[in-house]
Design a protein around this ligand. Structure first.
Ligand SMILES: C[S@@+](CC[C@H](N)C(=O)[O-])C[C@H]1O[C@@H](n2cnc3c(N)ncnc32)[C@H](O)[C@@H]1O
Length: 400
């Protein structure tokens, strides 16, 4: 029996009128649910495209390759709009930026031993099976070119039964690889791994909490400043997405002399802002702040940057601390910045830029700002999680 797909939920899964969930379908399509849970497409809609990646059918790394870029962009923008209007908030949408194919600079892959050696890839849709993805259209080609190194690491790090995680990041010095494994790091293993890093020209190799070798500094450019974030530390997903977010945040710094960057990480926004204003960077990871500080000390021509390690959920900056600044930038984790936003509202701050990877907590925190007298000037939507259901958003808030 055929059905028409009514809508997609926030995970990109199609909903039929009777409540059935179907993956990889689009609204308006006539489909026939199959016993294995997949859908046979009877009448496709114009937004359906041939998936650009040959692995899409089996790989669980992407969810939306069957839809055109226009469809995905509009759908993600609507997700943000719905989150805002559900709280009676305005949605002054300005632009959508979509990162190109083959631009993801950081990937968390899995590695498994095989009879022939090892396999590295993403898991299949809703399963433990590992899919080899040599022609992945999501990741930067430099990461794909590093698969032989990742496979060689898997042979060493994984047991016959267990899988390992490999976080690989493209850096100015080459690939930065962080291995999570149950195998203990011994002196002998350290020597073997250093040889492997040399043979595969890795920038840095970290084994659980230990950095085994740093052959070249695993730098990123934050504004004009080179920074080497700690192994496995947060980084915006693509250079293009980061650029779109930084440009938007920089628009809010005009005229500001002192800014505070809350949830600063290793300084993505801090070091770009410091080209224009003094910045106080606050974050709970000491390692990230040390990196940020080192980058700032080696840079030329930046205004003063100070750092403070602090848990902003438990101990947000208080209103009297915030009153020293002309601008606050917030980029919290998915949970949002509930406690910190409450003190921003109680402060005399007049300019806020808020970045978020979660439209739900973004709208909750926006509602608090608006209730405290802020106006939401604009919102940009940044799709740096191409072909996934995730979306990033940045907004500017002012009050007089
Ligand atoms: C979405 S990331 C943004 C990082 C940075 N703004 C960037 O763009 O690279 C969120 C940051 O918040 C930090 N963080 C998480 N929980 C925190 C907390 N309770 N207090 C302070 N910082 C926290 C994380 O370490 C991470 O660096």
């Amino acid at each position: 029996m055929t059905h028409i797909v009514e809508r997609l939920n926030q995970a990109g899964i199609g909903m039929l009128v009777d409540g059935t969930h179907l993956e990889r379908v689009l609204p308006g399509e006539e489909v026939e649910p199959q016993p294995d849970g997949t859908a046979r497409i009877i009448t496709p809609v114009a937004d359906r495209v041939k998936p650009p990646c040959r692995h899409f059918k089996s790989c669980g790394g992407c969810a939306m390759q069957h839809a055109s870029d226009e469809f995905v962009g509009t759908w993600k923008t609507k997700i943000v709009e719905r989150a805002m209007t559900a709280r009676d908030l305005p949605f002054p949408f300005r632009t959508l930026h979509t990162s190109p194919a083959q631009s993801r600079r950081r990937a968390r892959l899995s590695g498994r031993r095989t009879k022939k050696g090892a396999m590295v890839g993403f898991h299949a849709k809703g399963s433990d099976a590992l899919i080899d993805v040599p022609d992945c259209q999501l990741l930067l080609p430099s990461i794909i070119a590093g698969f032989p190194a990742l496979e060689a690491l898997t042979v060493i790090a994984a047991s016959r039964k267990s899988e390992i995680n490999l976080t690989v990041t493209d850096t100015l010095g080459g690939l930065d690889v962080f291995v999570e494994t149950e195998r203990e790091l011994t002196g002998q293993l350290r020597i073997e791994l250093a040889g492997l890093a040399e043979a595969h020209n890795l920038a840095r190799l970290a084994w659980n909490d230990d950095v085994v070798v740093t052959r070249k500094s695993p730098d990123q450019m934050f504004g004009q400043t080179r920074v080497a974030p700690p192994a496995g530390a947060f980084l915006q997903a693509t250079r293009e997405g980061e650029q779109a977010l930084v440009s938007a945040v920089l628009e809010t710094v005009r005229g500001a002399k002192r800014a505070v960057d809350l949830f600063s990480g290793a300084g993505t926004f801090t070091l770009a802002l410091a080209e224009h204003a003094e910045v106080h960077a606050v974050e709970n990871s000491e390692d990230m702040l040390q990196t940020l500080d080192r980058g700032w000390r080696h840079a030329k021509g930046l205004k003063t940057v100070t750092t403070e390690a602090r848990d902003l959920f438990r101990r947000p900056l208080e209103p009297d601390e915030l009153n020293r600044f002309d601008l606050a930038v917030l980029d919290p984790p998915r949970a949002g910045a509930d406690a910190q936003i409450a003190t921003v509202c109680a402060s005399k701050l007049r300019n806020v830029a808020m970045v978020s990877c979660n439209p739900i907590t973004f709208s909750r925190d926006s509602a608090a700002l608006v209730a405290a007298g802020f106006t939401l000037e604009w919102i940009d939507v940044v799709d740096q999680f191409r072909w996934s259901p995730h979306v990033e958003v940045v907004g500017k808030f002012t009050r007089t």
